[in-house]
Every structure is written in C-alpha cells, then in structure tokens.
Design a protein around this ligand. Structure first.
Ligand code: HEC
Ligand code: HEC
Ligand code: HEC
Length: 440
C-alpha cells in the first residue's frame, strides 16, 4: 500500500472515530441499567454463602497483595497504559466500601460504576459479573460488610496518562463492551445451567479464554456467541480454547477436567502461567458438584458424543520414541537436546506420567500459535500450585542458563513436530524476545 493511501485510510478512520465519539457522548445514557432488583436466574442458581461467592468470583486474587491484608487492594494490574491498582473493598468507611449501600455495590459489579458515579477501569471484570444472581450479590455484600476485617489503609491511586485518566471516556467503551445484565438459564437442566452460570458469570473464564476485539472488548459472554471461549492471549500466554472438538473440554473426560481445575494437574497436563493463581485462589475451593457442573457444561458446548474426538498418530508416536531410544550420534540437534534435558521426566514417548509430568504429545500449550507460554516454561520452569487435596508443588526446572536461544529454538521446534505433533517451527528471535520479557 502506498504511503498516500495509508494516510487517507488513517484520516478516514479518524473521522469515523470522531463521529462515533460525538454520537456516543450525546446519546449514551449515563446509568446503563437501573437497579437490577430481579434476575431471571435466581431460581436455578443456588444461593451460596458470601465467602463462597467471593471464591467463585476470585475477588481475592486482584484485591489482595501478596502477604497483604485480605481485600485491602493495592494489587497492580499491568496495562499498556500503566499500572491500574485495585481498590480497598474491606468495610472500612473511609478507605474501603464501609458506607456503600447494596445498590452502590451492585452498580460496581454490574455496571462498572463506582460510588459517586465514576466509571471503573475494565481491569475489574464487571462485564462478566453482570451475570451474577441477586442472591449471590447480596450474600457477597453481606460477607464483605460483616465478616471481612476493615483495613484503614488507602490503596494507591491509579494514574494513567491523559486522556486515559478521563474516566468519563470509559462510558463509550462500556457501551460497546457491556451486554445485557443477568443470566438466562437455557438448558432445561439444572446442572448444565449451573455450569454455564459459573463459567460465564462469577468464574469470568471468558475474560482470559475469549479473544478480544481491536478495542480490547471481550468477544462473547455466553456459549451462544461462537467466539466465546475460543482462546485468548494474556501476558504473552495463550489461554487455550475451552470449547470445540479440538479443545481439552472434548479430549479430557469429566473426571480429568475436575482434577485439573481442583488440583492443577491430571493425567495429561499441569497448570502453568496465569492459570496457576486461578486454581490456587479460586477453583480449588469450588465444591465437587460445581466443578462437575463446569466440566459438563464445557463438554456440552464442545462435543455431541461422549467419545473423545482427538486422534493421535500412533505410528508417529512410536517412531519418535524409537528414534530417541536409539540415541544415534547423528540425531538432529533438537532431538539430542530433548534427550539430554527433557527425556528424564517427559519420556521418549512424550507421554509424561499421570498427575506428575504433563504429556507433550497433543499438548495445547506446546502446539499453540502463540508460542510465549511454551517458551516461558522451557526458559523459566513452572510449578504446580499446592492445593488442599494435592499439596505437593511439583516443579519443572528452567533452562534459561543452560540453553542458548538457538538451542531452545531447535528443541522447541523438535517438540512441536515430534510424536505426530504438527505445529510450525520456533525461531531464535522469538526465544530471545521471551527471554527478555520474562524473568525467573
Ligand atoms: C481481574 C482483577 C479483579 C477481580 C477478579 C476483581 N476485581 Fe474488583 N476491581 C479491580 C480493579 C483493578 C478495581 C479498580 C478499578 C478502578 O480504579 O477503576 C476494582 C474495583 C472494585 C470495586 C470498586 C471499589 C471502589 O472503591 O471504587 C469493587 C466494589 C470491587 N472491585 C469488587 C470486587 C468483587 C466483589 C470481586 C469479586 C466478585 C472483584 N472486585 C473482583 C480488579 C478486580
Ligand atoms: C525434572 C523433571 C522435568 C524436566 C527435566 C523437564 N520437565 Fe517439563 N515439566 C515437569 C513438571 C513437573 C511440569 C508441570 C509443571 C506445572 O504444571 O507447573 C512440567 C511442565 C512442562 C510443560 C507444560 C505442559 C502443560 O501442559 O502445562 C512443558 C511444555 C514442558 N514441561 C516441557 C519440557 C521440556 C521441553 C523440557 C526439556 C527442556 C522439560 N519439560 C524438562 C517436569 C520436568
Ligand atoms: C487470569 C486469566 C485466566 C482466567 C480467569 C481463567 N484462565 Fe484458564 N488458563 C489461563 C491460561 C494463561 C492458561 C494456559 C496455561 C495452562 O495451560 O496451564 C489456562 C489454561 C486452562 C486450561 C487448560 C487448557 C489446555 O488446553 O491445556 C483449562 C481447562 C482452563 N484454563 C480452564 C479455565 C476455567 C474453567 C476458567 C474459569 C473458571 C478459567 N480457566 C479462567 C488463564 C485463565
């Protein structure tokens, strides 16, 4: 494209954007939803204790700093524009939400509107919490007001550069991003509806596992939207698709899915990256009934039959394993590096060991187009979380010091092609980028 046509396109885009902004400011209502007194879903959604709802929503993960007082805020969330700090949501009347009414609280969760009417930054996933039932909101409010220790400490102010510090501008974004409030049960099956509620609402799985538009709006908030849960990128990691016949929701059976969500491990995989904290702060506290409901719902939106659709290439698996076992001196570099560094735990068939060492064959992190997660694990290692039912923190060592960029590229390319895996090669340049942006 010539420079001139690029400039014209840009000018055109700016004019369109300008018009949208003016229209939006003129017409977007300030308060999108009136107080949501009744939501259709209350009869299917089991009302739970407020503390349990806070686990379902993972409020702790963002509203508590490591080693800090629960819910006192100050946790910093990196955004391309600067750090966004979470608020103090303890019942302290001055620095927390002690003098908030239930209506104020609901507006924050549902509409992303703080007390006094200012817009909250979307780092707070209100667009997903819009599905919370009234019963759950009320018990969450009760819990935060009456059972959480008040903390009289001011959370740091978020200071983004102009124009992003103009919170009224978020009105436009909210208008695009916020879909209807409330949760509609639709499966005529209380277990599936409960699973849908947990995933689409409080669990906010879509915030990481759905793609985002150019405006950074989550694509899809429920299973009827075909983009919902089809995979997203978060902090350089690929949060894999959770639906579709190629996803683990189809490949793993219910028990394997429940085990992964509850303990961060199963026969095929071990949790890593941003998902580790989701398991340790939130999912490990879900009841087995709720985890089973999630597994059933994910499976329901992924496959029609009970059989696993993933077909692995048995011949290719055998030939890679045989090649590694033979360990001939003229083996390619990637295979040699695998044998020297990985084989002891993941084995020559790439099958690992149940609940201990993840499978590398058919592994969605290994095969992802977004290579950051796989390379991060090789360079920096990974550790499973310690959970109540599986306390051991199994750990994979990092190879940052031991392997050069060229070596990691050859090794990773080998693993992405071995045993019938069928993903493109990794370049040393990509490895260098991941090395520079991640740390041990
Ligand atoms: C992914 C991170 C994240 C999660 C999870 C999260 N929050 Fe937030 N929350 C934030 C951030 C960041 C802010 C501050 C936004 C701002 O300053 O505009 C915030 C703001 C709020 C506020 C407004 C407080 C004020 O003083 O304006 C309330 C209330 C709140 N959150 C409650 C909750 C509850 C309840 C949950 C669990 C159901 C929850 N949050 C889960 C990140 C999160
Ligand atoms: C000492 C044993 C050990 C060695 C050696 C080892 N790993 Fe691992 N690996 C593990 C464990 C344990 C995990 C699970 C960690 C977790 O889930 O946080 C893991 C996780 C992984 C994962 C993430 C899989 C997933 O589904 O989450 C990949 C990819 C991986 N290893 C590749 C490799 C490669 C490539 C090598 C060689 C450079 C290697 N590993 C060497 C033990 C090992
Ligand atoms: C903060 C972001 C985030 C949230 C929220 C989140 N995930 Fe994840 N999830 C990830 C990332 C990143 C990975 C990739 C790392 C891995 O495989 O361990 C992942 C991996 C997974 C996997 C393994 C997928 C595979 O192909 O191996 C499952 C299953 C999963 N998540 C389920 C869920 C469910 C269910 C929820 C909601 C209750 C959820 N996640 C919420 C970030 C997130």
């Amino acid at each position: 494209m010539s420079i001139m046509s690029k400039v014209l396109r840009l000018a055109g885009a700016l004019i369109v954007l300008g018009v949208i902004v003016i229209l939006a400011i003129m017409f977007v209502p300030t308060q999108r939803t009136p107080v949501q007194a009744q939501i259709a879903s209350d009869d299917v959604v089991v009302a739970s204790s407020g503390e349990y709802v806070s686990r379902l929503g993972d409020c702790m993960a963002c509203h508590t700093v490591e080693g800090g007082k629960p819910f006192a805020g100050g946790y910093s969330i990196d955004s391309p524009l600067g750090a966004i700090y979470s608020s103090n949501i303890t019942p302290d009347p001055e620095y927390g939400i002690g003098n908030w009414t239930l209506d104020d609280f609901r507006a924050a969760l549902y509409d992303g509107i703080g007390k006094g009417g200012h817009r909250l930054y979307p780092a707070m996933p209100s667009a997903n919490y819009r599905k919370l039932s009234e019963a759950d909101i009320a018990s969450l409010y009760d819990y935060l007001m009456n059972e959480v220790e008040p903390v009289a400490e001011k959370a740091p102010e978020t200071e983004l550069p102009f124009p992003f510090n103009q919170r009224w501008g978020l009105r436009l974004w909210d208008w695009v991003a916020y879909k209807d409030a409330g949760f509609e049960p639709r499966y005529n099956d209380p277990v599936l509806d409960r699973g849908a509620y947990l995933v689409e609402g409080p669990g906010h799985c879509g915030a990481c596992h759905s793609p985002r538009t150019a405006l950074f709006v989550q694509s899809g908030y429920n299973a009827e939207d075909s983009k919902f849960l089809t995979g997203g990128v978060i902090g350089g990691w690929y949060a894999q698709p959770l639906r579709g016949s190629n996803s683990v929701s189809a490949y793993w059976d219910e028990a394997q899915m429940v085990s992964f969500l509850k303990t961060g491990r199963n026969a095929h995989s071990g949790v890593a990256g941003e998902m580790t904290a989701v398991v340790s702060h939130s999912l490990q506290y879900f009841t087995d009934e709720d985890l089973t409901a999630i597994a059933k719902y994910l499976r329901h939106i992924s496959v029609d039959t009970e059989s696993s659709p993933r077909v692995l290439n048995v011949e290719a698996e055998k030939s890679t394993a045989a090649m590694l076992l033979a360990a001939s001196p003229d083996m390619e570099l990637g295979a040699r590096l695998y044998l020297d560094n990985c084989n002891a735990c993941h084995f020559s068939a790439g099958r690992g060991a149940d609940g201990v060492f993840p499978e590398l064959v058919g592994n969605s992190m290994v095969l992802a187009d977004e290579q950051g997660g796989f390379l991060d694990v090789i360079l920096n290692g990974a550790e499973m979380p310690s959970t109540a039912t599986r306390p051991s923190r199994l750990r994979m060592p990092g190879f940052r010091e031991r392997l050069s960029d060229d070596e990691v590229a050859a090794l990773a390319s080998f693993v992405r092609q071995a045993w019938g895996n069928n993903a493109g090669p990794v370049t040393a340049k990509t490895v260098a980028e991941v090395r520079a942006t991640t740390s041990k």
